[in-house]
Design a protein around this ligand. Structure first.
Ligand code: PMP
Length: 434
């Protein structure tokens, strides 16, 4: 019975998950219409079939935080030009024939933007983490990882054969406790407890919308002479008055973070990832990181898209459009957050963060919320088991600079109705005794 129930529930969750988007990730998107399949006896089976039609929805799902992913008057012609000159793909790893002039230019620009010595780029954000971490730590090393770190970080740690300890999410005191214990324990038969200790955190946590308490974490790590690794997938471009991420947001010197990691799939509207930091670290990765040595380099059009987006963000296009986009993102995110809180919803995350999970606590409510909002032309992501514990299911909104105030007011109006239908106002958390 349990299995049947789980399958039914999972089937239902799948029903409102992953609805294919059939247009560019602009503020409004076309979402594919689907129907449940029936078997020959007319019984509902969990498969979902596309019907060919689509629904125009307000896009509250994409990570297109600065609105660069669809047409941009500065970026798009340059990205198209790169494809015309250099091709769709480099068809080769960086160390063979996969390094083009645009790759070198981008790495210099990323380092300049972040205020560090050097940077290296990769064809994929996930592989940036999963292949860099094993190139930095191995046997005899210790990784102390935030409990809610992304799956690509977990994959990297697992592949590294370093010992791992997990500290409570965003809790610098717990991190300090673990560091103290780790140093006391140490490694037998060694003059130093650990070859290296690496503390890994994220700038903005993608399922929590919460900003890393970077200042405290860096202080603790420095006190115990541990290295810090900051994944800025969701914070680069999104946090800080000029989009320089978590360091700028908290006033931390970027050179105090040993390894700055980020992806180009969010604020830059492209594909790929980077590691930035001291020249010797980046040089080490150029020689030892498998995703650099054995995987195809970033596609030239994607490289040019990021370079152009950085030009705009740094005012190198001769306008202040970049600054306007970043301010607009913060205004939009803080406006929606305050309206949702006033509505009496349990909204997770921090001010300025474009990621806003709304807690539904109940899988059935999550499904209902998703269906009812979709019926009102709002496309948002639902997150439940196994991505979160069953009782911590949620719906997640991602805000973009390309949303207008009218779009957001309209979305909130639609959500007000759904929130009442799902009984999500006030005391929901208390109801589930969490
Ligand atoms: N790190 C974090 C924190 C992420 O959220 C993600 C994916 N959203 C990645 C890494 C992987 O990035 P990509 O999707 O660019 O491969």
């Amino acid at each position: 019975t349990e299995d049947f129930y789980m399958r039914r529930m999972y089937g239902r969750i799948v029903d409102c998950w992953n609805r294919p988007i059939c247009s560019a990730p602009t503020a409004w998107v076309d979402v594919m219409k689907r129907e449940r399949a029936r078997d020959t006896n007319g019984i509902d089976i969990a498969h979902i079939v596309p019907t060919g039609g689509h629904i125009r929805c307000l896009n509250l799902s994409s990570y297109n935080y600065l609105g660069f992913a669809a047409f941009d008057p500065y970026c798009t012609p340059r990205a198209v030009g790169a494809i015309e000159n250099l091709g769709i793909s480099s068809c080769s790893p960086r160390i063979h024939a996969g390094t083009t002039s645009v790759h070198v230019e981008l790495e210099e620009l990323v380092a300049r933007f972040l205020g560090v010595e050097d940077a290296i780029t990769y064809g994929m954000g996930f592989a940036t983490n999963s292949s860099t971490i094993p190139a930095l730590v191995g046997k005899g090393c210790l990784v102390i990882s935030d409990a809610l770190n992304h799956s690509s970080i977990v994959a990297g740690i697992r592949a590294s054969s370093a010992k791992v300890k997990v500290f409570r999410h965003n809790d610098a005191d717990h991190l300090e406790k673990l560091l103290k214990l780790a140093i006391a324990e140490g490694q037998p038969r060694s003059h130093r407890p650990w070859k290296k200790i690496l503390v890994i955190v994220e700038g903005v946590y993608s399922m929590e919308g919460e900003t890393c308490r970077l200042k405290e974490i860096v202080e603790v790590a420095k006190k115990y002479r541990a290295y810090t690794y900051l994944d800025e997938a969701h914070s680069i471009g999104a946090l800080g008055s000029t989009g320089r991420g978590c360091c700028e947001h908290w006033g931390v010197n970027p050179r105090d973070v040993d390894i700055m990691m980020g992806t180009f799939t969010k604020s830059f509207g492209s594909c790929g990832g980077y590691i930035a930091g001291k020249r010797e670290v980046v040089e080490h990765l150029r020689r030892h990181s498998p995703a650099h040595l054995y995987a195809c380099s970033m596609a030239p059009g994607c490289v040019e898209q990021v370079t152009s987006a950085l030009h705009v963000m740094m005012g190198m296009d001769g306008t202040d459009r970049g600054k306007q986009k970043i301010d607009q993102l913060h205004d939009n995110a803080n406006y929606v957050r305050s309206r949702l809180l006033t509505m009496g919803l349990d909204v997770l995350g921090s001010w300025d963060s474009p990621v806003m999970p709304i807690m539904t606590y109940n899988a059935a409510k999550m499904v209902a919320f998703s269906r009812l909002t979709l019926a009102r032309k709002l496309a948002m992501v639902v997150v439940g088991f196994p991505a979160t514990p069953v009782l911590l299911t949620r719906t997640r909104i991602c805000i973009s600079a390309s949303h207008t105030r009218e779009d957001l007011d309209w979305a909130i109006e639609q959500m007000e109705e759904v929130v009442d239908l799902c009984m999500l106002r006030y005391r929901t958390k208390a109801l589930y005794q969490l």
